[in-house]
Design a protein around this ligand. Sequence first.
Ligand code: KIV
Length: 266
Amino acid sequence: MKDKVTILDIIKAKGQRKLTMLTAYDFNTSYYVDQSGVDMILVGDSLAMVVLGHEDTLSIGMEEMLHHTRAVSRAAKRALVIADMPFMSYQASVEEAVRNAGLFLKKGRAHAVKLEGGSKVVAKIRSIVDAGIPVQGHIGLTPQSIRQLGGFRVQGKDINQAKALIQDAKALEEAGCFSIVLEAIPTDLAAQITSSVSIPTIGIGAGPHCDGQVLVIHDLLGLNDRFKPKFVKQYAQLGGTIREAITRFREEVEKGEFPDTEHSYS
Ligand code: KIV
């Protein structure tokens, strides 16, 4: 396996091989994702929902994201670590966007940042890239805009929305993004966007024709039995395994079976 995944490796992969990205929010998960040969680890702001129990991603801030990014970066020896810029860390001004993006590299030890939005955020992306910070774009369903989008719903279903998304992808490429996440977009439109840009597209709920795929690690591992969108494939059912193990522990303690001599000091 190659030593360290770089931004250039990601860009060069387009048309050559499929890319993989998974979220991680802590040292231990990052360790396993890194060991499994996944190209990119995203410290997603989905952290707000799957780890902290918020109903959306709006209330998480820079301090929490930096705290988790540091932990993930410590374990990632090979994968490219991308930190998700939280809501209102880049929207208000170009200066704030550049300063906060810089903190993810300086304090979080990430290799790149991701931020949501198309043409409307290109000025910020250009300035962040000019500061030497690689940026991954994110269009389609952008969870930080759910109040505007009217909820978590598939994007680009009508012709005008579809055209706007193609324009957004081109604008992100032009602004200097090294890749773009396409979230909750119909398969054919995601394929069209993928062939309209020369940087890789990483799909989530965007069908098989993207240049790579990303999933939230809790969804992949079956650690979230409260919500399972259509695009999620559970590669394990760890939620059930955890519940079973904890129940066995409780029962054994209650019956006086644990700890036995094997698990006690003489
Ligand atoms: O926050 C996140 O996990 C994401 C992925 C869904 C791409 O943005």
